[in-house]
Design a protein around this ligand. Structure first.
Ligand SMILES: *Cc1c(COP(=O)(O)O)cnc(C)c1O
Length: 429
């Protein structure tokens, strides 16, 4: 596989952007090597600038549940663009997308569109603090909620009461109100509530974790969060930026029958255009400016192209789509597990609907401690061995793979064959 043109572009890009990229994981640092540059993408397949083709399991980090350049989405964007790309004034597309979301998720009684998942979580947390008059936020180790200062903290082991920021440039004072508990450890959450419950504005959680690989909530875990937040008068925020319209049309809240006070959305609801949204209980959302005192605004929020792409996407997502995605992703999960088994590699293939990934480890993966036991070197070798066979997995062992409706049985079969050969090669080193 030749990467000549990609290498030229990458060399140039590094002059202008840190590591040549606009989001860190794209630089391939976790797996080594250098990124390829995309020329075009259609359905489940990416084509790079050197003409190499890859079956894509990144799918824009989960945003593209219909695959690349789905005809209905492209048509909607073209039609919207012809009517103007941004108004800075209200338009009907915003209402249509809001209605589509609220119909699927009845607990979203009102919402506001923003431009990214990061903005959605930031705004939801601000609202939770305003509504409760409390300063503290409880989050989970290994859950990612975008790059707002006080959410970029994961803390050490066990029950931490004071979280250290994960990034430079964040004064410790800014994370002093961020409490961090390990995922799937209800007793740790309870301990934090016993200690500081009256100060906790909200618990924010990925109801299925998708940013430490895929980690499912243990039975009862989400309900425990609901019960504790209810008991202490705190709010429960589900960050469904990945899981919304992914694990089911109702998101994880629907799948696990636990209703949060607020939901953050992004990715799929923008159909591949930049978007985010936060919404939930009407009494809470009525506190947002200009109805209420919680300020939040956006020049491009409710962008007509993003609304059109999102609406076209959600309208394709009937229940039958989820059955189909389940079949495809389950076939991939089985193929990966079988390969690992045949080749004698300990592996866990975690999956929720069409999000999945493999952890090369003996132990069940339920939190960061177990997720971090995965053999990342083996994954890096597997990644490259698969890439040269025309399969693009996320360039990090701790990211979710996504199956789209554009993937077919044939893509999955080809991936399964390539996976077996690639794993064999990765193990031979
Ligand atoms: C991607 C993601 C975000 C951040 O969304 P951006 O649009 O990248 O800012 C927040 N939360 C979760 C769960 C995500 O997966």
């Amino acid at each position: 596989m030749i990467h000549e043109r990609s290498d030229q572009l990458y060399a140039k890009a590094q002059q202008w952007m840190p590591a040549g990229v606009n989001s860190p994981v794209r630089a391939f640092r976790a797996v080594g090597g250098t990124p390829f540059y995309i020329r075009s993408a259609k359905g489940a397949v990416l084509t790079d600038v050197d003409g190499n083709r890859y079956i894509d399991y990144v799918c824009s980090w989960g945003a593209l549940i219909l695959g690349h350049s789905h005809p209905a989405v492209v048509k909607a964007i073209k039609q919207a663009a012809a009517r103007g790309t941004s108004y800075g004034a209200p338009h009907e597309g915003e209402i249509l997308l809001a209605e589509e979301i609220a119909q699927a998720m009845p607990w979203v009684e009102m919402l506001r569109f923003v431009n990214s998942g990061t903005e959605a979580t930031m705004s939801a947390v601000r609202l939770a603090r305003a509504a409760t008059g409390r300063p503290k936020i409880l989050k989970f180790e290994g859950n990612y909620h975008g790059h707002a200062d006080y959410l970029l903290a994961k803390a050490g082991s066990g029950v931490a009461t004071f979280a250290l920021p994960d990034s430079a440039g964040i004064p410790a004072e800014l994370t002093q109100h961020t409490l961090v508990a390990p995922y799937n450890h209800p007793e740790a959450v309870e301990a934090l509530f016993r200690e500081a419950g009256e100060q906790i504005a909200a618990v924010i959680v990925e109801p299925v974790a998708g940013n430490m690989g895929v980690v499912l909530p243990a039975p009862g875990f989400l309900q425990t969060l609901r019960d504790l937040t209810n008991r202490y008068g705190s709010l429960l925020i589900f960050d469904e930026v990945i899981t919304g319209f992914r694990v089911s049309r109702q998101g994880a809240a629907g799948l696990y029958s636990v209703v949060p006070d607020m939901v953050c959305l992004g990715k799929i609801i923008g159909g591949g255009l930049p978007v985010g949204a936060y919404g939930g209980r009407r009494d809470l959302m009525q506190m947002v400016a200009p109805l209420g005192p919680v300020y939040q605004a956006g020049t491009l929020s409710g962008n007509p192209l993003a609304m059109a792409a999102g609406l076209a996407t959600l309208r394709e997502l009937g229940e039958e789509v989820y059955t189909r995605l389940e079949e495809l992703a389950s076939a991939l999960q089985q193929a990966v597990a079988e390969s690992a088994n045949k080749l004698g590699v300990p592996a866990q293939v975690n999956r929720a609907g069409s999000m999945l990934n493999v952890f090369f480890t003996e132990c069940a993966v339920t939190d960061t401690a177990s997720a971090f036991t995965t053999d990342r070197q083996l994954y890096a070798r597997l990644f490259h061995a698969l890439l040269k066979r025309g399969v693009f997995l996320p360039p990090s062992a701790l990211e979710a793979w996504f199956v789209s409706t554009a993937h077919t049985e044939s893509h999955i079969e080809r991936t399964a064959k390539a996976f077996h050969a690639a794993l064999k090669e990765a193990l031979a080193v």
